[in-house]
Design a protein. Structure first.
Length: 315
């Protein structure tokens, strides 16, 4: 890492194709602080991952990712199991992992300060069918929503685009899935979400007992499809996460699991569509991800807001 009169110069992996207003603002920030970075613009997620892996093999101590959850996941895949520490400039729409760490997602200068201060934490890593992820993954319903939602709709409608896709997906009959946990326990459902952290889709806390430092995945097995799934999900969100006695959602913690579906279904990792599969294997990656985070960062402030909603949610 090059030292300059302005401080350390970080290799920075940037998605130059980010077309949102936030992405354009991020590019301006990077260029305004170009003396701090060695900038590498990538053309695809695979290229970002390969570049991150090359930095790690060259023993680069720090790699900075400037982008949303898709860019971040690509860089994480390149750094998985390596000694290189990840720095994050959260420039996406959701920035779920950045929020989980307590990073200042709305102020890039403060995010750069976090990197400069050099406070490092170790975060668990898991993989689905060999694809590493750091925050969460899903089989079925939520991945199908991502698959259905086109970029043009997201640009025009924002988060409403996902809601419209969800309404469409709710009319489909989902396949039955069998979930086998590492301890031998077996369950059945129509969709599965797994969380390494507590957050899903931005500021929504779904996994109430999750920790990204306990080498365990928190697993939600949805028993029913349709509008009951939506209503129970809203109730779980308002309570600040699901618990183990929910009627239509089973909550587990496990270091590994296998999901088998009666037909091919979409799968996603860290909010990015992975593809379709009939079988998804989730395993722990023994090596941790090294990442810069605010010292003493805890749960985001929004948790208090969610808890205030709980009196209006039926048990």
């Amino acid at each position: 890492m090059i030292e300059t009169t302005y401080g350390r110069r970080y290799p920075l992996i940037l998605n130059p194709k980010a077309r949102s207003e936030r992405g354009q603002s991020a590019r301006k920030f990077v260029m305004d602080h170009a003396v701090r970075f060695a900038i590498y613009a990538t053309n695809s997620a695979s290229e970002a991952g390969e570049l991150a892996a090359a930095f790690a093999r060259a023993n680069e101590p720090v790699v900075v990712a400037a982008g949303g959850d898709g860019t971040l996941n690509a860089v994480v895949q390149g750094l998985a199991g390596q000694e290189t520490t990840l720095g994050i400039l959260p420039t996406g729409t959701m920035n779920v992992f950045a929020r989980e760490l307590g990073l200042p997602v709305d102020h890039l200068r403060s995010a750069l300060d976090v990197i400069d201060k050099g406070v490092q934490c170790d975060v668990d890593l898991f993989a689905m069918n060999g694809a590493p992820f750091v925050q969460m993954a899903g089989i079925g319903f939520d991945a199908q929503i991502i698959e259905e939602t086109k970029w043009e709709a997201k640009k025009a409608l924002g988060p409403l685009a996902y809601l419209l896709s969800a309404v469409k997906v709710l009319g489909d009959k989902p396949p039955r899935m069998t979930i086998t946990f590492e301890d031998g326990h077996v369950d059945e459902g129509v969709a599965v979400l797994v969380g390494n952290g507590s957050l899903y889709g931005g500021q929504v806390r779904l996994f109430s007992n999750a920790s990204n430092a306990d080498e365990m995945l928190d697993v939600l097995v949805f028993k029913e499809a349709g509008y009951r799934l939506v209503l129970d999900s809203i109730a779980g969100i308002a309570r600040g996460g699901f618990n183990k006695d929910a009627d239509t959602v089973s909550y587990y913690q496990s270091s590994g699991l296998r999901v088998e579906s009666e037909r091919e279904v979409p799968a996603e990792v860290d909010g990015e569509l992975w593809g379709r599969t009939r079988c998804a294997e989730f395993v722990n990656i023994p090596e941790k991800l090294k990442v810069f985070a605010p010292k003493g960062s805890g749960m985001p402030k929004w948790e208090e807001m969610l808890r205030t909603l709980s009196p209006w949610v039926a048990d």
